[in-house]
Write a protein that binds this ligand. Sequence first.
Ligand code: CAA
Length: 259
Amino acid sequence: MAYELIEVRTEAGKVGVITLNRPKQLNALNNQLMDELGQAMKGFDADPAIGCMVITGSEKAFAAGADIGAMATYTFADVYKGDYITRNWETIRSVRKPVIAAVSGFALGGGCELAMMCDFIIAADNAKFGQPEIKLGIIPGAGGTQRLPRAVGKAKAMDMALTGRMMDAAEAERAGLVSRVVPLDKLMEETLGAALQICEYSQIAVLAAKESVNRAFEGSLSDGVMFERRMFHALFATQDQKEGMDAFVNKRKPAFRHE
Ligand code: CAA
């Protein structure tokens, strides 16, 4: 598939890098962009050479939200029947390999929601996060009212959803929305470094870790702990567990074969 609104490349043959590319609209997310993004992510997820994905935008904007121009004249019937704006978001959620958001500039509305759908966010020091939908007479529609409180707690999530104010990178790090803040000119270096590090590990263990952490957000603590325990037990059936532990015991570097 030829992409028009995203750029797709691989780093070291192992990391799938997707750059949102609608610069004039600050990477506002329309159906075409979301279709392309879903397609690219499914492709990387199915590619055995790829161990991790990165989604990024431009220096000025990761994404400034859903495309307001496209939405402006939609009716309830349009959006409900056509599943506009939010269609294809479940595709992103269903990706099993880790996805890192490398965020610089604005991550607003659907842009903030997209970043939060990634497994973790590394932010440049110029990043700004917000759910400003309230200013448009709507509310977040792609998980913002659900993922933001889980990430930053009720007080800040309510503050952001009700006032529409932005959170800068330092506040986002303090609040737990992002895992690291780095200087803008180091954003891709740091993110690709993290992605390549993940690719070094047993892919089976990586998938199990992602699934297990996600369980923490879906159910009770006791169910989550039991899920983790069973996953932990299951990893003893892999060759990678034998390799990882033998390498440690014999003071050598492990060579995982993802089996
Ligand atoms: N949709 C469509 N176009 C957008 C856009 C969006 N979400 N955000 C910015 N643009 C466009 C602007 O219209 C402008 O286009 P023109 O040059 O043709 O006029 C261009 O991008 C540059 O934007 P600004 O001139 O406004 O740039 P700025 O630096 O002055 O301000 C900004 C930047 C604060 C991000 C501002 O553009 C802004 O507030 N954007 C809207 C943010 C927003 O409300 N996002 C939520 C959308 S709703 C949503 O996402 C629903 C959901 O949950 C799924």
